[in-house]
Write a protein that binds this ligand. Structure first.
Ligand code: DX5
Ligand code: ZN
Length: 209
């Protein structure tokens, strides 16, 4: 049966020694996209995957790559991620002063620009950018690690974003990232989320609810 939402399993919770196998698993369970968490050890206290690994994975699947940059100065390395095969390239509003320029650069490269915000950032911080993005990624945990507990109040931002979208006829999809499991999924969907990111719950089988 078709899910009433799009699912992007996050490789962050996959076995890093067998990423190809994780991609097969995502395809078998009909994931719609593959969420790839890029962490730089500055914006968040963890280091993960970079452009060479993304490029190596690109040949393994036709599923879109939903690349989530949790890094300072994302514009400095954006080209490498675009060349590596990102389909959506999302960066954090907290990390980039010249966001319009980067959004334009991503679109020029034929990729879909996304913008994300950490739990302490209000939707108002995105107001100038919403007309120009294809995806808004609402973080429902402080980014850096998988398996954290959702900060449920962040889901109000999803409702706010859906309302703004409708009122202005904007075209972005709204994604939720962090702490999604069987228990929290109903409220995530009730808020109007289009794209659900799931790391730990997907790879432990807990999202099979
Ligand atoms: C968190 C990452 C998330 C993470 C989600 O910093 O951006 O994408 O993989 O993991 P879970 O679903 O375990 O909270
Ligand atoms: Zn993420």
């Amino acid at each position: 049966m078709k899910r009433p939402y799009l699912l992007a399993p996050s490789l962050l919770s996959a076995d890093f020694a067998h990423l190809g196998r994780a991609i097969e698993q995502i395809e078998q369970k009909s994931g719609d996209m593959i969420h790839i968490d890029v962490m730089d050890g500055h914006f968040v206290p963890n280091l993960t995957i970079g452009p060479p690994v993304i490029a190596a994975l690109r040949g393994l699947t036709k599923l879109p790559f939903d690349v989530h940059l949790m890094m300072t100065n994302p514009a400095e390395m954006a080209d490498s991620f675009l060349e590596a095969g990102a389909d959506y390239l999302t960066f954090h509003v907290e990390a980039e002063v010249h966001a319009h320029r980067l959004i334009e650069r991503i679109r020029e490269a034929g990729c879909k620009p996304g913008i994300s915000l950490v739990p302490s950032t209000p939707v108002a911080a995105l107001s100038e950018l919403l007309p120009f993005v294809d995806l808004v990624l609402v973080m429902t945990v402080n980014p850096g690690f998988g398996g954290q507990t959702m900060i449920a109040s962040c889901l109000e931002k999803v409702q706010e974003l859906k309302k703004i979208k409708q009122e202005n006829d904007f075209s972005y999809i709204v994604s939720v990232d962090g702490g999604v499991n069987c228990e929290t999924l109903p409220s995530v969907l009730a808020a109007g989320t289009d794209l659900v990111v799931s790391g730990s719950a997907f790879f432990t089988g807990e999202l099979d609810c």
